[in-house]
Design a protein around this ligand. Structure first.
Ligand code: SAM
Length: 256
């Protein structure tokens, strides 16, 4: 039976998934090994961890939420990859209390930096978990996307507040504690010893177009997915994306 939620979910994940999958495939080719060791910090219920395990990789998910880890376990079992997904309760700030330093070919840090106490330390730990030349996949909320969304919803004062707020929040009721510009994210990863390979804008249009249009207009979802993919790579659209994805490779110890 088809899952009615899948098309909408693909709007949130398609761009990141395509970039990540290609990076993992390249790594497999370079390493000459079919199964990589992948760490998903703040991996939650396995939106990425489970599909990565379905590619044949061994995935460790570190997350502070027992509920998320429980859902992850169930989801991995349903997908038939329970033997390749390990959930560990932990925090990105105490990452090496629960996982090995320098033990992973790829580290995912998706939708986590917004919530951590110290984003710079979070990124450093994610990078320190990588083997030399390991791949970092970082996804975080973009400042400009939130400003645009608030303005288009008619919340002009909140939009202006977010523009001037050091954390990029639009007000007290904002559920997201912190947002980033592409420059802030690339600086964070560069300082942690990662060479940036690509930056993509994620959900440039998806959150702004009326849902009914996407759901009812024949072919609209597919066309929107293609538009998102085309715009994601263009720097001009990074400043208005809901999320920003940074892909990079860990440099040698002398490059930090
Ligand atoms: C928005 S969800 C993202 C989940 C998943 N990475 C994804 O892309 O679907 C944020 C996740 O970060 C986790 N989280 C919050 N604070 C964290 C921290 N300090 N260290 C690690 N994970 C954290 C939450 O429990 C939650 O599962």
């Amino acid at each position: 039976m088809s899952d009615p939620m899948r098309p909408r979910a693909s709007l949130r994940t398609a761009v990141v998934w395509e970039v990540l999958k290609e990076a993992l495939d390249d790594k497999v080719e370079a390493a000459g090994s079919d199964a990589l060791d992948v760490l998903d910090t703040g991996g939650g219920t396995g939106n990425f961890a489970v599909p990565v395990a379905r590619l044949g990789h061994r995935v460790t998910v570190v997350d502070p939420s027992p509920n998320a880890l429980f859902a992850l376990e169930r989801r991995a079992a349903e997908a038939g990859v329970a033997d390749r997904v390990r959930g560990v309760q932990g925090d990105i700030h105490g990452l090496f209390d629960v996982v090995e330093r320098g033990g992973y070919d790829a580290v995912l840090c998706h939708g986590v930096l917004e919530y951590v106490d110290d984003p710079a330390e979070g990124v450093r730990n994610a990078v320190d978990a990588l083997r030399p030349s390991g791949t970092l996949s970082l996804l975080a909320a973009g400042l400009g996307g939130a400003v645009l969304a608030r303005a288009l919803a008619g919340h002009f004062t909140e939009a202006r507040h977010a523009l001037g707020d050091p954390a990029g929040r639009w007000g007290e009721g904002d559920p997201v504690p912190r947002r980033f510009t592409a420059e802030q994210l690339t600086e964070l990863v560069a300082k942690a010893g990662v060479e940036v390979g690509a930056v993509h804008g994620v959900r440039v249009f998806a959150d702004l177009v009326p849902g009914a249009l996407v759901d009812t207009e024949p072919g609209a979802l597919d066309a929107l997915l293609k538009l998102e993919a085309a715009a994601a790579e263009l720097p001009a659209f990074h400043s208005v994306a809901t999320q920003l994805h940074v892909l990079g490779q860990k440099q040698g110890p002398d490059r930090r």
